[in-house]
Design a protein around this ligand. Structure first.
Ligand code: HEC
Ligand code: HEC
Length: 366
């Protein structure tokens, strides 16, 4: 398998997936079909095949993004009083200034607990097929609900979490507006629907989207060259779709153990812990690469701080390709073009209803 490289060509009328099938069937050693200077129209066409346009919004019949739900969700996202010790809100680990990450290899939650994995951005996560590095949760709503009793917020159970919210009188009206006609709207399902509605608005369209919409000049020549390198190296085999990833699971370390390449000292086997299927050992969600230049450190364990290094590791252990420094730099230039402006207003904290722990402070052990 060592020489079985996946190299895609652009501008030869061949779909990469088709090339891959031929390649897999014949397994010709080193089938690198380097394409000299394919033209820009073909590159754009190729890019559109891998990256469909963003939807107008991420609202669904089941999870409507009404203004009232978004408003409530935004408040809840910023409110630490929901956590076991009153110190952790979503924004603690998904900070606006760090593109909804926390800059730490591994996050620190309520009660000072260190979480097992790195905090991914929540931008575009509503468009991902699953949530978390191992895809444990299907939707952002599902993720938020379980988050209430997970390590980040560390509540004992849903009832005690909701009691914290109910102790803040101002929330009653905001929940009623978001979920009209419900007798007791403050519950964990509505909490997660409101946060989910807010998260569904958290997207950061960039010049790359203008490019995909048919404006080749929206990307500089260097960025287009980087896109070409990204495609031809084979990164698109996994990082494709609207999120430039986020669609499925792949082994981290196809050609060699990721721990050797990253220097990680961890035993995280990804999806295997959930499925117990030996095929899932070291299998992780292919992360979306939108805004990736803004969200170090990288990988599920935050083991690599430097984007060029992360790119070189990817090429090596996912594709068995040794990229030159120039090729790595070129891909990084492209990846930077995936950074868009913050979602409108995300950097401004909402004013929260007053109230909270009026009697005893929360027990620090729970
Ligand atoms: C203590 C830090 C911390 C807090 C607090 C926290 N998160 Fe996270 N978040 C993480 C970490 C770490 C992960 C990755 C977990 C994993 O994959 O095992 C994550 C994953 C996610 C994801 C999945 C993203 C993806 O692309 O897979 C979403 C969505 C998310 N968090 C939203 C929230 C919301 C909403 C809240 C508040 C209710 C919240 N987070 C609170 C650290 C935190
Ligand atoms: C075979 C599938 C596959 C291929 C090919 C692949 N990747 Fe990845 N990529 C992944 C997976 C899976 C992860 C998550 C690894 C982990 O668990 O931390 C990842 C993670 C990353 C990250 C870290 C993102 C973050 O937020 O931490 C970057 C950057 C990245 N890939 C870029 C690339 C580039 C550039 C290429 C081409 C040189 C590439 N990848 C090729 C599957 C792939």
């Amino acid at each position: 398998m060592k020489d079985c490289r996946r190299r895609f060509s652009i501008g030869q009328g061949q779909h990469p997936a088709a090339g891959l099938v031929v390649f897999a069937a014949t397994c010709v050693a080193a089938t690198a079909i380097a394409v000299e200077g394919g033209n820009d129209a073909e590159l754009l066409q190729e890019a559109r095949r891998h990256f469909p346009p963003l939807p107008k919004d991420a609202t669904t019949a089941e999870f409507p993004t009404t203004p009232e739900r978004i408003r409530l969700g935004r408040m809840l996202f910023f409110d630490p009083r929901i956590s076991a010790d009153g110190t952790a809100s979503c924004v603690r680990c998904h900070l606006p200034g760090l593109y909804a990450t926390d800059g730490l290899p591994r996050s620190v939650g309520a009660l000072g607990r260190v979480l097992p994995r790195n905090a991914p951005t929540v931008f575009y996560s509503a468009l991902h097929a699953t949530q978390h590095w191992d895809g444990e949760f299907a939707t952002v709503e599902d993720q938020a609900k379980h988050g209430l009793v997970g390590m980040g917020l560390a509540n004992r159970d849903y009832a005690s979490a909701m009691a914290r919210l109910k102790a803040i009188p101002g929330y009653r009206a905001v929940f009623r507006q978001a979920f009209p006609g419900e007798a007791d709207p403050i519950n964990e399902v509505n909490w997660s629907k409101a946060i989910g509605a807010f998260e569904r608005t958290l997207v950061t369209p960039s010049r790359f989207d203008d490019y995909l919409a048919g404006k080749p000049d929206a990307l500089s020549e260097a960025e287009r060259e980087g896109l070409r390198t990204f495609v031809e190296t084979g990164c698109v085999e996994c990082h494709n779709g609207r999120g430039v990833g986020g669609g499925g699971f792949r082994k981290f370390g196809v050609f060699s153990d990721y721990r050797e390449a990253t220097g990680s000292r961890n035993s995280d086997k990804g999806r295997f812990a959930l499925t117990k299927n030996p095929d899932d050992v070291d299998s992780f969600k292919v992360p979306g690469l939108r805004d990736v230049a803004m969200t170090p450190p990288y990988f599920h364990d935050g083991s690599v701080a430097d984007l060029p290094k992360a790119v070189a590791i990817m090429a090596k252990i996912q594709l068995d390709a040794d990229l030159s420094e120039a090729q790595v730099a070129s891909i990084v230039v492209f990846l930077k073009s995936l950074t868009g402006p913050l979602p409108e207003g995300f950097e401004r904290a909402p004013i929260l209803p007053v109230g909270g722990f009026a009697t005893t402070p929360p027990d620090p052990r729970r």
